[in-house]
Ligand binder design. Structure first.
Ligand code: MOS
Length: 686
C-alpha cells in the first residue's frame, strides 16, 4: 500500500540482540538503587514514621520521608510533589523511599519502614449522580460541553429514539518497560536516563521542580519500551530518582514494578456514558446527546473527554456533548491510548448499532445516511474526510454485502457467530519543534531532533521523511533522537509525534538544500528550523481529523461465555503513510488493544481498600497471540494538503478507536443480547 517507504526499524537489530539499552540498564559505576514505600490507606495523614530498622540495615544509604525530603518547587501536576507532605490522597501513593547499595537491600529496607496513619473515610466510588460531580467549564461551547439547537426537545419529538447507558472500566497501560529513571548529579547539573514520551518536556519539568537552569538538565532516552500515554507526562519516578540521587550523593536507579505502576503511573478513568439518539424513520439523526461521567484524583485534575469524538462524527441539527468529573480518593487518571476517543466511540458506535437494529437498517448504511457535509457543529470543511470510503472499502473487503442482519441465528457447533462494524476517528494534531539537518562531506546526512521512539519506529519514520525531502537514499540519513540536548521537540503523544517532528525535519532539510551548492566542505553544512510560527500560524478554517472503519467477526461459546474474534479488519484514512511496515504494526497494535478493551481489560477497584486489585498481568488480562487470529489493517490513499508538509495525519491511536464497538456489535449480532458494560468476560456473557 502507498507510503513514503517501507523499512525495518533502523535500530531493530540492536533491540532484538539486546544491545539496545533502556533507562536503568545504562551501566554507571557506583549506582545505588531506590525503592518506594506506598501508602496503605486511601486517605488521611501520616502520624509517625519509624525508619530505625530500615536505616540500620547494612547497605542502606538514605531513607527519604516527607520529614527530610528536600523541598520542591510546585508544578501544576500534583503527582510530582513527591514526599512534600504527610497527607495521603490515595492508596499506593509514595510516602517514603529507600536508597541502598543493592536493589535487594533497598527493597528489604522499604519493607522495614513503619508508617502510622490517621486514616479518614475514603470515597472511591464513581456514580453519575455523585454529589461532588462538576463540569469545570460551564460555558456551553467549551471543551467540556457543546450544544447546538434544542437537543432535549428534539429527542422528545423524535419518532425513533435510543437512550442507553454504557459503562467502561478503569484500564491500565502495560508497556513492557516500566517507568524507570537513572539519575546522576554533577554539582548542580542533573543527567537522567529516563523512560518517557518526550525528553524536552521531562527536562523543563525537572528544571522547574528542582529550580535548575534547563541548560543544566539533560534527559537521555534512546530507546523506550512503550508508553501508550502513561509516559506522556513525567511521572513521580523521575522526580524521586533525582531526589534520591542527591540524598545518596550517588547515581540512583529507580524502576517501578508493574504492581507499583498500577497506582503511580496513571490509568484510563472508568466511564459511565449516556447516549441519546433521536432519528427519523429513514435513519437520519435529528439529535445526538452524549454525556460522560468520569473520575479524577484529588491530586491532579484529568478529564478523559469521552464525548469529544461525538462532536465530529454525524450530522444532526440538535446536539449536546458534555463530560463531568468527580474528584475521588483514587490514584490519578491519565492518558491511555486514544484518551476519550476510545471509550467515547465505544458508546457512540454501540448506540448507532442499536439504532440500526431498531430501524431495521444496515449499520453501514445508517452511517452513510448521517455523513455530514462539513463539521457537524459549525459546518467548517474537513481538510479531508473519508469515513464513507473507509466503510465502503471495509464492507467490500470483509464481505459485508451478504450479511443477514437477523441476530442470534448463525451457529457453528456450540458457538454463535456474528459480525459487527464501527467507525473510528482521531484528531490531527501537531506541536512546534526544532530540528537541524547536516550534509556531511562523505555524502551522508545527519538529522537531529529531541524526538522519541516509543517502539513505534519514530527514528525510522523521520529518516524516511528526511530522505524524501533531501531526495537521498534513506540509508544515507542518520537520525539522532532521544536526548534533550538535541533541538527541542514535543511529545510522542496525541498521535502527533511524526506530524510535529516531521514538519521540523522537512523544514530543516529544505533549509539545508537551499544552502547546498554542490561541493560539501570537510566540516559539512548544517541548517536549522523552528516550526513555532508555522504551527501557531495554522488556522482552524479546516476541521482536521482522521477516520476509519472496523469490521469484526465473533464466535460466542454458549456453554462457557467465551468470545473469540476469528477475524478483524481495520480500514483507515489517515493521510499519507510514512513507513508502510511500521504503520501497519501501529494500526494492528491499536486494534489489538481494542480487542483487549472489548473482552478482557479491567482494573478492578477494591472499594474497601481504595485501589486496584488486578495489579499484574496475571489478573489484568491483555490479548496474547492466541487471542489474535486473522487481523488486518489497510489504509486508503488519502491526500490532504491542509495538515502538514508530509500530508500525514497520525496513526498511533485511531486503531483502538471504535474497535471495541465493532466487536461488541458483532456479539449482539451473534447472540441477540446487548452488553453495555465492558469488558465482555465470560461471567458477564453467560
Ligand atoms: Mo497518547 S495516549 O496521546 O500517548
Amino acid at each position: 500500500m502507498n507510503a513514503i517507504g517501507s523499512r525495518n526499524r533502523v535500530e531493530g537489530r540492536e533491540k532484538v540482540t539486546g544491545e539496545a539499552r533502556y533507562a536503568v540498564e545504562h551501566p554507571v559505576p557506583g549506582a545505588a538503587y531506590a525503592w518506594v514505600v506506598q501508602s496503605t490507606v486511601a486517605k488521611g495523614e501520616i502520624t509517625a514514621f519509624d525508619t530505625a530498622d530500615a536505616e540500620a540495615l547494612p547497605g542502606v544509604l538514605a531513607v527519604l520521608t516527607p520529614d527530610n525530603a528536600p523541598e520542591l518547587a510546585p508544578v501544576s501536576d500534583g503527582e510530582l510533589a513527591v514526599l512534600q507532605s504527610r497527607k495521603v490522597s490515595y492508596r499506593g501513593q509514595i510516602v517514603a523511599a529507600v536508597v541502598a547499595e543493592t536493589l535487594e537491600t533497598a527493597r528489604e529496607a522499604a519493607r522495614l519502614v513503619r508508617v502510622t496513619y490517621a486514616a479518614r473515610r475514603h470515597d472511591v466510588r464513581l456514580t453519575p449522580d455523585h454529589p461532588g460531580r462538576y463540569t469545570p467549564d460551564e460555558a456551553e461551547d467549551g471543551p467540556w460541553q457543546a450544544r447546538q439547537g434544542d437537543p432535549e426537545d428534539a429527542f422528545r419529538a423524535a419518532p425513533v429514539r435510543i437512550d442507553c447507558t454504557f459503562t467502561t472500566p478503569a484500564e491500565h497501560n502495560n508497556p513492557m518497560e516500566p517507568h524507570a529513571t537513572l539519575a546522576a548529579w554533577d554539582g548542580d547539573a542533573l543527567t537522567v536516563h529516563d523512560s518517557n514520551q518526550g525528553p524536552s518536556t521531562v527536562r523543563s519539568t525537572l528544571a522547574k521542580v528542582f529550580e535548575l537552569d534547563p541548560a543544566r538538565v539533560r534527559v537521555i532516552s534512546p530507546h523506550i519500551g512503550g508508553g501508550f500515554g502513561s509516559k506522556g507526562t513525567p511521572r513521580p519516578n523521575v522526580v524521586l530518582a533525582a531526589m534520591a540521587a542527591r540524598a545518596a550523593g550517588r547515581p540512583v536507579k529507580l524502576a517501578f514494578t508493574r504492581r507499583q505502576m498500577y497506582a503511580l503511573t496513571g490509568y484510563r478513568s472508568p466511564t459511565v456514558q449516556r447516549v441519546r439518539l433521536g432519528a427519523q424513520e429513514d435513519g437520519r439523526l435529528t439529535t445526538i446527546i452524549h454525556e460522560s461521567f468520569e473520575q479524577s484524583s484529588t491530586v491532579r485534575e484529568f478529564a478523559e473527554e469521552s464525548t469529544t469524538p461525538t462532536r465530529v462524527m454525524y450530522r444532526a441539527p440538535n446536539r449536546r456533548t458534555a463530560y463531568h468529573l468527580t474528584r475521588l480518593d483514587v490514584p490519578s487518571t491519565s492518558w491511555m491510548r486514544a484518551p476519550g476517543d476510545a471509550p467515547g466511540m465505544f458508546a457512540l458506535e454501540s448506540a448507532m448499532d442499536e439504532l440500526a437494529v431498531v430501524l431495521g437498517l444496515d449499520p453501514v448504511e445508517l452511517r452513510l445516511r448521517n455523513e455530514p457535509d462539513g463539521h457537524p457543529e459549525d459546518g467548517r470543511p474537513f481538510s479531508s474526510r473519508n469515513l464513507v470510503a473507509c466503510l465502503r472499502e471495509g464492507a467490500a473487503r470483509f464481505g459485508w454485502s451478504d450479511r443477514d442482519p437477523t441476530p442470534g441465528v448463525r451457529r457453528a457447533g456450540r458457538r454463535l457467530v456474528g459480525t459487527g462494524v464501527a467507525a473510528a476517528t482521531y484528531p490531527v494534531l501537531r506541536g512546534p519543534a526544532q530540528a537541524t539537518a547536516r550534509a556531511n562531506a562523505d555524502g551522508s546526512y545527519t538529522v537531529r531532533i529531541a524526538a522519541i521512539d516509543l517502539g513505534t519506529g519514530a527514528r525510522t519514520a523521520l529518516g524516511l521523511i528526511a530522505a524524501e525531502t533531501l531526495k537521498a537514499d534513506p540509508a544515507q540519513v542518520t537520525v539522532e533522537i532521544g536526548d534533550s540536548d538535541l533541538p527541542r521537540a514535543g511529545l510522542a503523544g496525541g498521535s502527533a509525534g511524526t506530524a510535529g517532528w516531521g514538519t521540523a525535519v522537512v523544514r530543516a532539510c529544505e533549509a539545508l538544500l537551499s544552502k547546498l551548492n554542490g561541493h560539501v566542505p570537510p566540516e559539512g553544512v548544517e541548517a536549522a528550523a523552528d516550526t513555532t510560527e508555522e504551527v501557531k500560524g495554522q488556522g482552524d478554517e479546516y476541521a482536521r481529523h482522521s477516520f476509519g472503519a472496523h469490521f469484526a467477526e465473533v464466535e460466542v461459546d454458549v456453554d462457557t461465555g467465551e468470545i473469540r474474534v476469528p477475524r478483524m479488519l481495520g480500514v483507515f484514512a489517515t493521510g499519507r503513510i510514512v513507513n508502510a511496515k511500521a504503520a501497519r504494526s501501529q494500526f494492528l497494535g491499536g486494534m489489538i488493544m481494542g480487542l483487549g478493551m472489548a473482552l478482557m481489560e479491567e482494573s478492578v477497584l477494591d472499594e474497601a481498600f481504595g485501589d486496584h486489585l488486578t495489579a499484574d498481568l496475571a489478573q489484568y488480562h491483555i490479548p496474547a497471540n492466541a487471542d489474535v487470529r486473522d487481523l488486518d489493517a489497510v489504509w486508503l490513499d488519502e491526500h490532504d494538503p491542509h495538515v502538514n508538509p508530509m500530508g500525514t495525519k497520525g496513526i498511533g491511536e485511531i486503531g483502538i478507536v471504535g474497535a471495541a464497538a465493532a466487536i461488541t456489535n458483532a456479539v449482539h449480532h451473534a447472540t441477540g443480547v446487548r452488553f453495555r458494560t465492558l469488558p465482555l468476560t465470560p461471567p458477564r456473557v453467560l
